[in-house]
Write a protein that binds this ligand. Sequence first.
Ligand code: ACO
Length: 172
Amino acid sequence: MPITPDAELDLMFPPEQIPTEVKAALPSDLHIRPLASSDYRRGHLSVLSVLTIVTDPGEAAWVAQFNAMRAAPRTYYSVVIVDQSDKIVAVGTVFIERKFLRGLGSVGHIEDIAVDKNQQGKKLGLRIIQALTGISENSGCYKTILNCSDSNIPFYQKCGFEKKENEMAKYA
Ligand code: ACO
């Protein structure tokens, strides 16, 4: 199946919000766009499974989660890269947190970056991070942050991030 045009998809946010320089920097056989409500069928969860163990909730629950995220305006931005067969090969999300501090500023939180094993090392991770950082900065965020393992620090440094403070977690 060829790449489905953006105009035929039910997208999480307007595709114009992805910086044009990032779109232009991708190889011509790949396309970056917002997550679509039909992307469960394009392998969204299978790409995420390179990041962690994925429990498949089924398509209806996946779509309900998509709709819940989209219902929060200007908050969730998930992007995907699709290949010539319309299969998803890379994914990532930025979540915009509104604050009372910093002059009622906002912070972008990058989450769940994953590139299909066969496509790693081709700068797709970099393009996803550039797209999400662009969206965060264009949303007025004064910083964009993320958590990662030690082994991914060099990747994020190549994307222009620097190590700051520590992550704390309490699992339920
Ligand atoms: N160690 C050192 N350098 C690295 C690493 C690494 N682990 N990964 C990438 N790089 C370098 C590349 O060599 C490249 O350098 P160059 O510009 O000098 O050529 C640069 O970083 C950009 O790399 P990409 O080709 O864009 O990396 P890729 O497309 O493979 O994506 C990613 C990197 C996302 C880490 C991918 O390998 C992946 O999906 N890994 C498994 C899941 C994962 O760990 N996701 C990140 C979790 S953290 C989070 O989600 C916030």
